[in-house]
Design a protein around this ligand. Structure first.
Ligand code: GLP
Length: 260
């Protein structure tokens, strides 16, 4: 696991560099896309590079991490609509290249199984963008999630519903109670994980993620077992890291050719 501590704009550029490098080398790259505020600057940077520098997504595919259950197809907070607005519509992803679990399916377990199959059929995710919840969840794998889980239905914790109420006019009642989410094992199958976290509110989750024992109580800690994981954090989110100085020194003396 590599930890990079830098201002938010630089983190976004670094994440975009890793994605661009991969896309230019392999135009058919399979991206894993996250929702939440953490990846927004990355999407802005990718959209800018598409508009100004010809970065193309035309042959790429993008798989979403998760989706609320039961939000109407045209609801602006439906994750598919969020990713469409924040990324897909701003680059040249082909129609149909954005895939997500179907939170409106009649048969939700079948929709989850179909989603796992679609990811496998695409050859797996090459670069997965991740955020982290204040309780240490990734995608919607809440505390207690099986470390071996695959895509399935989950119940959101009170904390996550409260954290996400800001996207629903601060009205907790509007926040769905259930979601479909890639499991921890699904996420761990991606070839490169790029996890972004900014702000003091994430400091404890980031500390656990990087330095805590691997436990289902902090689901993101499973990322410690990944062979290629990059954790991109600003000073505030790095605030509780015991080895912050070591991570800073390591990154500062990293050879330029190495990339993330
Ligand atoms: C939601 C998403 C997660 C995201 C988390 C943190 O719960 N399902 O994928 O990481 O929010 O969101 P934010 O980046 O807005 O703090």
């Amino acid at each position: 696991m590599e930890v990079v501590i830098a201002p938010a704009d630089e983190l976004a550029r670094l994440a975009a560099d890793a994605i661009e490098e991969r896309l230019r080398r392999e135009p058919g790259t399979v991206l894993g896309v996250a929702t939440g505020s953490s990846p927004l600057k990355v999407y802005d940077e990718l959209a800018r590079r598409h508009a100004e520098e010809g970065l193309s997504f035309a042959r790429a595919r993008a798989f979403m991490l998760d989706e609320y259950v039961g939000l109407a197809a045209d609801h602006p907070q439906r994750y598919r609509n969020v990713v469409e607005a924040e990324l897909a519509s701003r680059v040249d992803l082909a129609p149909g290249a954005l895939c997500g679990p179907d939170g409106l399916a009649d048969d939700l377990p079948a929709a989850c199984a179909a989603y796992e199959e679609a990811i496998a059929d695409a050859g797996g995710v090459d670069v997965q963008i991740l955020g982290i919840g204040t309780d240490g969840h990734i995608a919607f794998n809440e505390p207690g999630s099986s470390l071996a889980s695959r895509t399935r239905i989950k119940t959101l914790t009170a904390q996550t519903r409260q954290d996400n109420a800001r996207f629903f006019d601060d009205d907790l009642e509007q926040v769905p109670r259930h979601c479909l989410t890639q499991g921890l094992a699904t996420i761990m199958s991606a070839r490169h994980l790029l996890l972004l976290a900014t702000g003091r509110g994430k400091a404890e989750a980031v500390h656990q993620l990087v330095e805590g024992p691997v436990t289902a109580m902090w689901p993101a800690t499973i990322v410690q077992m990944h062979p290629h994981a990059t954790v991109l954090v600003d000073d505030a989110a790095a605030g509780r890291l015991q080895l912050a100085d070591y991570y800073r020194q390591t990154y500062a003396s990293k050879p330029g050719w190495q990339g993330l």
